[in-house]
Write a protein that binds this ligand. Sequence first.
Ligand code: CMC
Length: 428
Amino acid sequence: MEDTATLRIGNENYNLPMFKGTEGEVAIDTRKLRADTGCVAFDEGYGNTGSCNSNITFINGEKGILRHRGYSIESLAENSNFLETAYLVIYGELPSESQLEEFNKSILGNVAVHEGMKKFYEGFPVNSHPMAILSSLMQALGCYYPEMTTNDRDKDLATFDSAAAVLIAKVISIAATTYRIREGLPVLYPKRGEGYCDNFLHMLYSEPNAFAEIPTEISKALNLILLLHTDHEQNCSTSTVRMVASGGANLFASVSAGVSALWGPSHGGANMAVIKMLNEIHASGDDGSQFLEDAKNGKARLMGFGHRVYKNYDPRAKILKASCEKVLDILNVQTPILEIAKKLESVALEDDYFVKRKLYPNVDFYSGIILQSIGIPLDMFTVIFAIGRMPGWIAHWKELAEGQGRIHRPRQIYTGEILREYSKIATR
Ligand code: CMC
């Protein structure tokens, strides 16, 4: 294959360098396009734009492949757990026994937050959305670690390991405290000796005088959900983290922006939207058929379906579908919405509209049903996504910070008014 592409504008030919990724993806390098030709590449929504080189995650959306650092998501889901996968994603290799022990210790010993942080909750109205609280408190958390939030790249990198541990650890305390205060329950401290998910579930569900008995299956299901959300290359929130970091911002500020980006219903908020949709379908007495017609006619959107990159089954959705049936079975939970979800899926997968547009279930289609069955309130679903995505955001911040990249600053095509005279207010 040629290693340059030729672009013809008028009578001029321009050679653009080409290069390949390790999985054979081909890119045309347009970095000098404007300087050489005076034109910019226009790619609203960035569907055709490689914004960086990255070693962290590989996705082949046509084939439904997802790998972290070369390991398939299926093998990680089968053999690993959330914290080990977090280590892999952040540091590039599976940890040795002692590295994993050290990593787990640095996180589990860091879960409790500074007492001063509790004061912030007093200022939030009780009906504040947990994602708004989470985003605010990620920034606030950084204020307790001035040595990790200097915005001096070398200094922030020197304290990176500690900052990463603080964020992964304390995000579960912040999330649990949000829930407890909203429910009028006393805030609980983490429990020494418990694992990551058990500790989170304990802080959510225990009484001050009686520890909740958390069935292993629940803790395992949560662990799997977090693991499946660990990273997903240049999605909206991760690109946001990289964008913010590219200006030199510290890790805490960057992930706070990531939480905000995740909140929207087209991104992480879709897991909430799926349950709302399934409940509404059920309440209306529809078995899903009418809703699918509405989705095809543009009157509704089938939440948890479709993806910018996957034009095949999202491999995470396959794993979660199997887990969902297992968890509901073990917990003996019968819910009509699972039947509606399965019906929507089976009809959509055969329907011309969805087949033609290559719309398949994504990670959010079944995760919400599992979260609901283990007692997570609806408006906390996206918070769970954020907890899972934290290592991914951290890994991308590190990758960007260690590189020599320029500030992210896209161009635009201006389509507004051309120069006009200022008119005095009396004449308008
Ligand atoms: N239901 C009905 N039609 C859809 C859907 C859907 N869920 N998704 C896409 N389409 C249609 C869309 O209307 C368009 O049709 P046409 O070509 O006739 O105009 C076509 O499929 C292509 O869609 P698009 O909007 O150009 O696709 P996109 O890549 O811009 O959007 C998406 C991707 C995920 C935002 C979109 O599929 C969607 O809104 N899905 C529902 C929300 C959702 O589940 N989001 C979670 C994504 S996975 C978790 C994450 O990474 O955050």
